[in-house]
Design a protein around this ligand. Sequence first.
Ligand SMILES: [Zn+2]
Ligand SMILES: [Zn+2]
Length: 270
Amino acid sequence: MSYRIAGDLHTHTLFTRHAYSTIAENVAAARAAGLEVLGSADHFSPMLFDEPTIKNFQFFINQRIWPREWDGVTLLRGAEVDIVDLDGTLFGENISCPETILDTPYGEDLPLIDRVTAHLDYLVASVHATSFADGATIAQGTDMYLAALENPKVFILGHTGRAGIRYDVDTVLKRAAELGKLVEINEHSLAVDAPDGRYHAACSHIAERAAEMGCGITVSSDAHMASRIGKFPRAEEMLAEIHFPEELIMNRSRASLLAALERAVGARVA
Ligand SMILES: [Zn+2]
Ligand SMILES: [Zn+2]
C-alpha cells in the first residue's frame, strides 16, 4: 500500500532561526518533490526572540505579497504557534501590541497574535517547551489540546506524538473531527525517535485512533531545510502498516486539502 501525498503544510524557512532555506528554495523543493501545495509555517514562538514584539515577527505580516501560485505550487501562509500553558493559551494571546512596526499606535488594542497572524491562512498549534506541563495529568493535557483546537485559526495540532504531553487521544480526536481540524503525523518525529521507539508508538496509536474515529490527519515533513520538503517515508510506512484509510489523509490532494482548510478555518484559497 502506498499513498499519494500532495501537500506539506508544516515547513520552515530561515525566519525560524534554526532553519536554513528561503521561501523560494522551499517552493522549488516542493515542486521538485512533486507537491501541489506547500504550506510555510515558521515558528511564532518564544524560542525565537527575547522580546515578543511585532517588529520581531513582522516576517508574517506581509506574506500577502507571496504569489498564491508559484511555479505550479499553491503556496499557503501559515505559522506554527506555541501552546504556552495548560489552559491551551497560544503564544501572543496574552501579549499586547500597542504600536506598528513604525512605532505608530494602533487604533484598536489587539493582542500580538492577532496582529501577526491576521493575513495567514492557518495555524499549526504545537508544544515545544514543556516545563509548564511538569506533573500535568492526562485530563489537563487533554483540556490543553481541546482549548487550542477552539482557536478559529488553528487547523492542525502539531507533533502531539513527540511533544511529551500526555492526553486522552480519543477525546481530542473526537473534537478535532467535529471541527474538521487535523492531527499531524510528523515525519520528523519518526526520524528522531527515541531508542525505545516511543514516538513511533505514540504516532501509530494516534493514527489508529484517527482511523477509527474518522478524524482527518495531515502528513508533514516539519522540514527545517528545503531538501526535506515533501519527503515522508517513515510516516507513509507507518500508515501503511496500520492500513490507514487514504480518505482521511487530508493532504492526499490539492482539492481535499483546500476543502478541509476552508471547512475548518474558513480560509478560501482559489
Ligand atoms: Zn523548529
Ligand atoms: Zn515545526
